[in-house]
Design a protein around this ligand. Structure first.
Ligand code: GUN
Length: 286
């Protein structure tokens, strides 16, 4: 029997736990952990993410602050805003929604955020800590994937994990977290030869390439655990539909467990953002 991994239920559980810890935090510090989200431009997918983040923040008892900049905002305007948020004692976490409009430098924005408020875990200081195996704010999507994997397989030691994709947001931090959990890790990407046969050797397959339905039944090892990070909007018979990077319907019966899209990784990312915001606030006021 294949397990359909219920990311929504696990995310509810995490947000509930964060809410309990937030109420203790509020009693101790007379202030709620604050999360500032910055959205630049009108990207509709990003607007959906931001709405979900705001709703979850309310459930967790966090203070949520949104800043909307127009698509033609300058680098200086954005960095000035980040500077203000860095200094604001009511703000413990800062998230600038990516991708940015093409005229803005993502690297400069990421480096402008104070590492202690970097709830995305994208600042080079936090990336370095993650790679070195030191405690840090860890990127939310890979963190959510690890929580799901550890629920299913409490001991990941010695498993062969294949990560499809090498982005800074998912692929690279995911590979580092799996390595820290004593997996043998292979990262495959657009220039890799024999991707399909490498994927077929995976006990754990994490797909994060943004290519709808790329991973077919022939790509997976029987009884593998499959985590699908992809959220792709495709047209099916004239209607918009969200699908993952994995061809869920054909892969399902071959594997031991798989995340659906939607309802898998997505809700976990947001739950981990709430967890990171609390962690950042605890560190700053600790
Ligand atoms: N865009 C897609 N995923 C993410 C994320 O985890 N953090 C930020 N800041 N932007 C994103």
């Amino acid at each position: 029997m294949t397990i359909k991994i219920d990311g929504k239920a696990l995310a509810d559980e995490i947000v509930q736990r964060v809410a309990n810890d937030v109420s203790i935090f509020k009693q101790e510090h007379s202030i709620a952990p604050g999360l500032a989200v910055v959205l630049i431009g009108e990207d509709s997918a990003s607007a959906v993410y931001v709405r979900n983040k705001v709703r979850r923040a309310e459930q967790a008892g966090l203070r949520s602050i949104e800043h909307y900049l127009s698509a033609d905002a300058t680098q200086q305007e954005l960095e000035d805003l980040i500077d203000d948020l860095n200094k604001d004692h009511l703000v413990h976490g800062i998230l600038v929604q990516l991708p940015l409009p093409a005229h803005l430098s993502e690297n400069r924005v990421i480096e402008a955020i104070s590492p202690v408020k970097d709830v995305d875990g994208f600042h080079p200081e936090n990336v370095g800590r993650l790679v070195a195996g030191q405690a840090a704010l860890t990127p939310c999507t890979p963190l959510g994937c690890m929580i799901m994997l550890k629920r299913l397989l409490p001991d990941l030691s010695g498993k062969h994990a294949v990560v499809l994709g090498r982005s800074n947001i998912v692929g690279k931090p995911m590979a580092n977290l799996l390595l820290q959990a004593n997996c043998t890790v292979t990262v495959v990407h657009s220039r890799t030869q024999n991707i399909e046969s490498l994927c077929r050797t995976a006990d754990i397959l994490v797909a994060a390439v943004g290519q709808p339905l790329l991973v077919k039944e022939s790509w997976v090892k029987p009884q593998a655990v499959v985590i699908d990070v992809g959220i792709n909007s495709v047209l099916v018979e004239g209607k918009r539909k969200l699908v993952g990077d994995v061809d869920y319907n054909t892969v399902f019966s071959k594997v031991s467990a798989i995340t659906p899209v939607p309802g898998g990784v997505g809700p976990m990312t947001i739950a981990c953002l709430m967890q990171n915001t609390l962690k950042a606030a605890q560190f700053q006021l600790g």
